[in-house]
Design a protein around this ligand. Structure first.
Ligand SMILES: [Zn+2]
Length: 458
């Protein structure tokens, strides 16, 4: 059978499956209680709710006999909890976050965002998936093992993931000794499909840049000088056209790209998911998953120019554009910015002054998704789902993943998740597939045993 590599695992697996199944009603009840707390970390919301949610998480962990503390380093409260395994057992750090996105307009929800509601096998509510289900999956694994925990387990539940984890570096530094682990389980991503688990092994990096184009010392009448003197806005449009080739591939030399993916995104599904209009073509070449996860993309996200309603017959002297560049997972984002800057300066149309400034950089992530912990994780997924997991990427960035990777370069880093393609995290009617959630809980329970056996015996 797929993923089972020891003779006694099959028996244990069925016992664990039963044990987790029997725990699920209480796990889901506790998840509902957490979801009722509107722990929106965005500053304009009531932050006493984030504190309440940290306390509620801490209470749940303490009830499992864990050593628990609520900590903060100038940001929102996080929860650290620890429970020891047998002497010499491997150390596993499990991450999730207890803060949530703002709910948006109540009218967009079929049931109120902070009144968790079960419908057709799904649990609806803000945070029911992202990421309070991640919190509960970790807790379910600790619960399933009770006093026989096979690994040393530390739970780290952040309180400000949805506002970019600003104080996370300080927390990771301050508690470095107790957080350091052999394996990390970061449960804040998604599975590939209902029935198909996934490990997220790549994240693209991000660069934001501001481009300024100047052609004239001051604006002048378009009737007097148009036709001979170039305006900055038209010049900017020509410059932006240099970012892509005719097929829509990014045309900046020096940016890394790869087409090495094992799965493909159905083109019609992608068109539908992205809300593309019937006549709009997909851009770029190569597998869609490579375009989304492994190749760079460039988007013009803003332009400063006279507004349409106030525009006059004038040659504009200067224009600014803000660009968002998504960088291949393993490329240094600074090197990507340097390549973008050189390309735009070299391409300056009509001798215009082109100035490119860095606005923001974020590192990507590319796991070396091999080795004993990855093998055991894939086996644990196969045990739980009775289906082999796939490696997936994410086109965006998750800032905390690269922070953990920097802080613990020797640890195996597993980016897992509770979401499925219908979860709608951050949107209205966010929901958790309860059947898949049970498998997530089982996979984590099995994983602890597999890591203990594998790393303990090496
Ligand atoms: Zn999340």
């Amino acid at each position: 059978m797929a993923g089972v590599n020891t003779n006694d695992t099959v028996v244990d697996l069925e016992q664990l499956r039963e044990r987790v199944r029997s725990l699920m009603p209480k796990v889901v009840e506790d998840l509902k209680d957490l979801t009722r707390i509107p722990s929106v970390s965005l500053g304009s919301f009531d932050q006493t709710q984030v504190a309440r949610s940290a306390e509620a998480v801490a209470e749940l962990f303490a009830a499992e006999g864990m050593d628990v503390k609520v900590v903060a380093e100038g940001g929102r409260p996080a929860v650290i909890a620890h429970k020891s395994g047998p002497a010499g057992a491997p150390r596993v750090l499990m991450y999730a976050h207890h803060d949530v996105q703002p709910p948006g307009a109540d009218a967009d929800w079929d049931t109120p965002p902070f009144e968790p509601t079960e419908r057709a096998g799904r649990l609806y509510g803000r945070g029911a998936a992202d990421d309070k289900a991640g919190v509960m999956a970790h807790l379910a694994a600790v619960r399933a093992w009770g006093d026989d925990l096979p690994c040393d387990v530390t739970l780290f539940i952040e309180g400000e993931e949805e506002i970019a984890s600003d104080s996370l570096p300080a927390l990771l530094e301050k508690y470095a000794d107790e957080l350091r682990s052999d394996a990390l389980v970061l449960a804040d991503s998604a599975n590939w499909a209902v029935g198909t688990p996934a490990l997220t092994t790549t994240l693209r990096g991000t660069v934001r840049a501001v481009v300024t184009v100047r052609t004239l010392k001051h604006s002048v009448h378009s009737g007097m000088f148009g036709g001979a003197a170039p305006d900055a806005l038209t010049t900017m449009c020509r410059l932006m056209a240099e970012l892509h080739d005719a097929e829509g591939n990014v045309a900046v030399p020096g940016l890394d790209a790869s087409e090495d993916t094992e799965i493909e995104y159905d083109a019609d599904q992608l068109r539908s998911d992205a809300g593309m209009l019937p006549g709009t073509q997909l851009i770029g070449t190569g597998p869609l998953t490579s375009r989304l996860w492994l190749k760079p993309s460039i988007t013009v996200i803003g332009i400063d120019a006279p507004g349409v309603d106030v525009a006059s017959n004038t040659l504009t002297a200067s224009a600014r554009a803000k660009l968002s560049l998504r960088v291949a997972p393993s490329q240094d984002p600074q090197a990507a910015f340097d390549a973008l800057k050189k390309h735009l300066e070299d391409a300056a149309p009509w001798g215009a002054e082109v100035n490119v400034e860095l606005d923001e950089l974020g590192a990507g992530f590319s796991a070396d998704a091999n080795g004993p912990v990855y093998e055991e994780a894939r086996a644990a997924f196969a045990d739980a789902w009775q289906n082999e997991p796939v490696d997936v990427g994410i086109g965006g960035s998750i800032p905390f993943v690269s922070l953990f990777a920097e802080m613990m370069p020797d640890a195996a880093l597993l980016v897992t998740g509770v979401e499925d393609p219908d979860t709608r995290a951050h949107g209205a009617n966010e929901s958790l597939h309860l059947g898949e959630f049970e498998k997530v809980c089982l996979a984590e329970t099995v994983l602890l045993q597999r890591i203990a056996r594998r790393l303990g015996s090496e």
